[in-house]
Design a protein around this ligand. Structure first.
Ligand SMILES: [Cu+2]
Length: 157
């Protein structure tokens, strides 16, 4: 069976390697008709699709924070705190949560602002007493997976 030599640049699975390399003499072979070339192209497209479908869902599909305010371990100034968490993918804000743990260990939910960019969670917290805090985020990504994480930060005097 003939294979389009273009496949070899896409790292075929080991089982195909032999057949693909034995077909390496084919490019530009005078006997190949236009129909055959078309068929080979379609076959190559199918094989590539098959390869893509066989790959595990990339971890990128989960929502992870790509930019955080406050940043990890940042010391923020006293006064109202603007929270802005930017994710690598769209998130379902209605099914996402922000929770703040105060220096004394008490936890409170932080209401998430409505609207805005679909990849960004925003919230505002009234002025916090100085000390060490942890902002916990939990989000639902469009791929249906929930991810969460903690951002420790401190409020300065
Ligand atoms: Cu996911």
């Amino acid at each position: 069976m003939c294979r389009n030599p273009a496949i070899k640049s896409n790292a075929p699975p080991p089982a195909m390697t032999t057949a693909a390399s034995s077909a390496m003499t084919l490019p530009g072979a005078p006997g190949a008709t236009a129909n055959m070339r078309k068929m080979l192209r379609n076959l190559a497209a199918l094989l590539l699709l098959g390869t893509a479908a066989a790959l595990p869902v990339p971890a990128l599909a989960h929502a992870v924070v790509v930019k955080a305010q406050p940043a990890l371990d940042q010391e923020v100034a006293a006064g109202p705190l603007d929270i802005r968490l930017e994710f690598n993918s769209r998130i379902d804000k209605e099914r996402s949560r922000l929770q703040l743990t105060a220096p004394d260990g008490t936890r409170s939910d932080v209401p998430i602002a409505e609207g805005g960019e679909p990849t960004v969670l925003m919230a505002q917290v009234p002025a916090l007493p100085p000390g060490a805090y942890t902002l916990r985020w939990q989000v639902l990504a469009v791929d249906g997976h929930i991810t969460r994480g903690d951002i420790p930060f401190t409020v300065g005097e």
